[in-house]
Each structure stands twice: as C-alpha cells, then as structure tokens.
Design a protein around this ligand. Structure first.
Ligand SMILES: [Zn+2]
Length: 347
C-alpha cells in the first residue's frame, strides 16, 4: 500500500449516500444470477439476453439509462430474505474494512417488489436492520433511508413512504427519491414528502444529476429536501448555488458515479471543487460503490488527490454535521472523528 493510500485507509469515513443494492459484490451478483438461471443483463419487457458472467465485466454500462438497468438487474438477482441478509453482511464487512464509522444507507423496496412481488417488504427491511447491527460491535452505526423511487409514480411512492413510516424508530430514519430524475420531476412527490415529514422522517432527494439546476430548486421548494443527492448540476444556475449555500443544504457528491454516468465531464475540474469554493456544504460519497467499481475509500482518495487532505478532512466533518443523527449522537461522532483526524474542534 502506498503511504497516501495508508493515510486514506486510516481516516474515519462517513457514508451518507450509498445504495445497499448497489454495493452488491460483483462475484455475489454472478453467483445469484447463476443460481436463479437469469442473465446479468436486464431489459424491461424483453426476453433475457446473454450477459457477461465475468465479475470484472458485469457492471459495465454506457450511460445513466444503462446504469439504471444494471441496478434493475442487481435488484432482480436479490430474490429472497437470505440474499438480502448476505448482501448486508458483505456490505458491513466491506464498510468496516474501510473504517466507515457511520452510515445512512438507501434501500429501494419498490424496486424489489417490482421483481419479486411476493417479497415481504417490511420484514426484509427489518432483516437488513438486524444484519447492520453487527457493525455496532465495532463502534459503527448504520441507519436506513427508504428510497421511494420516482419511476413507479406518486401512488407507489406514497405506499413506500407508509412502509418507511411504519418502521420509523426501528432503524429507518427517512425517505429518499432516486430513479429517473429527467422523466419524474420532484413536484410529483410533494404530498409524499409532506406525509413523510409529518411522520417524523427525514428527507433527502437525488437532484441535479440526470436533470439540471431547476430540479435541485424544485427538490428544495416542493419537497423540502434536507440534503440533496449529487446536486452538481446546480452549478448550471448561480441562483441555485446561492440557494444551497444560504440555506446550508449539504450535497452528497459522488465523484466516480458522476463521471461514469456522464453527468460530470471528464475534462472539467471535479464539481466538488467549484461547489466548495462557492460556499456549498459538500460531503463525499460512493453512491453505488460496487456498480461503479469504487469504494468510499477510493472516493476519499480522489478528493485528497484533487483538493488536498485538509479539504478532505473538512468534508468528513461536514458529513458528520450533515448526518441525521440526533444532537447527542452528532456530538459524540464529532468528538470521535475529530480525535481520529487529529484536529481540535471548536463547536
Ligand atoms: Zn444515488
């Protein structure tokens, strides 16, 4: 290991934007598809086409649309409770190996139900929560944010939000909005977010990824989202950047994801540099780490390389502040992370 890699490896990591399904190890994905006799590729409404079965090849995609289909293929391979338990155990092992000290994880039960209508969604979420608790022995806590998933429309989203609300206090802390941002804008889900908030759930939304700055504005104005997933296309409108800065809305920026889906240009500087310079609160995340061939440690290494270790440390602390922990929990995490970063903090 290079000394720079060793320095990154030892840093405490906060993961606020990570999809559990998108963390499925490629080897496990291949094994699950073989067992079920299905392809590693998924095309809606079409018979299975042969897909690659080399773990190094299964997570290749050309654009955001193909990425969503890969996410579909992964969700299809997760057929029953045992698969979700295994996915979660492997996730926890991978997170602890990278020294993740706190995480808020997305799950997308409406996608599970699309492929496996008989799956008991609340029971599966409870099982995931139970498996995540294994991390507590190592001082790491994970909570779940239930993604209500745009593609299935507002009624499905409301049903999913009701499931989330029924599990509040059992490891579920909020709702999120992923999926096809370009075709399903935030305002369709205004009632769903109002309901979730009334139920005491925290709210985040993917925006400014597959759609532009207006989508970020709408996620704030219509949904009241407390954090924005990605949000990098806010840079297309200085007024939206100012809105994020002034309202202190953190962005969960996922550098590798944004480049692989084509949202961020390979030639331009990393968007987190410009957002940070504009005073927007940036946290760094890995999104769907397995599908993007990355990890939270690797995303941190990108930031250290592009912006320096001090900026990275600041982003880690911003992630603590952006978390949905209660005040005592946040204070304890600040103290631990601050001590591990070797920086005194004046809060
Ligand atoms: Zn995401």
């Amino acid at each position: 290991m290079h000394s720079a890699d060793a320095a990154i490896a030892s840093l405490p990591k906060i993961h606020l934007h990570c999809h559990l399904e998108g963390s499925l190890r490629a080897e496990t994905f291949v094994e699950l598809t073989k067992r079920a006799g299905i392809s590693t590729r998924y095309r809606p409404g079409q018979p299975d086409i042969a897909g690659p079965d080399d773990p190094a090849e299964v997570y290749r995609f050309a654009d955001f649309g193909e990425f969503l289909l890969t996410f579909g293929a992964v969700s299809r391979s997760l057929a029953g409770p045992d698969d979700y338990a295994r996915l979660t155990r492997e996730f926890v092992a991978d997170a602890l190996a990278q020294h993740v000290v706190y995480g808020e994880l997305f799950v997308s039960p409406s996608v599970w139900a699309f492929f496996h209508p008989k799956l008991d969604l609340p029971a599966t979420i409870r099982l995931i929560v139970q498996e995540l608790r294994a991390a507590r022995a190592y001082g790491t806590e994970f909570s779940l944010i239930v993604d209500v998933t745009r593609n299935f429309g507002a009624e499905s989203a409301m049903r999913t939000a009701q499931i989330a609300a029924s599990l509040a206090g059992e490891g579920v802390i909020g709702i999120g909005l992923g999926g096809d941002e370009a075709r399903f804008p935030p305002e369709l889900f205004t009632r769903v977010y109002a309901f979730a908030r009334a139920q005491g759930l925290r709210t985040v939304a993917h925006a400014g990824e597959a759609a532009g700055a207006q989508s970020v504005r709408d996620a704030l104005d219509h949904l009241g989202a407390e954090r924005i997933g990605h949000g990098i296309r806010a840079l297309e409108d200085p007024a939206v950047v100012a809105m994020l800065r002034d309202r202190r809305i953190p962005l969960e920026v996922c550098p590798t994801s944004n480049r692989l889906t084509g949202v961020a240009s390979l030639d331009a500087p990393q968007p987190f540099i410009e957002l940070d310079a504009a005073g927007v609160l940036v946290a760094i995340d890995a999104d769907d780490p397995a599908l993007f061939g990355t990890s939270i440690a690797r995303e941190y290494a990108i930031v250290a390389h592009e912006a320096g270790i001090d900026t990275l440390k600041r982003f880690i602390l911003q992630a603590v502040d952006a978390s949905f922990l209660d005040d005592p929990g946040k204070r304890a995490l600040r103290e631990r992370v601050g001590a591990e970063l070797g920086r005194p903090f004046a809060y």
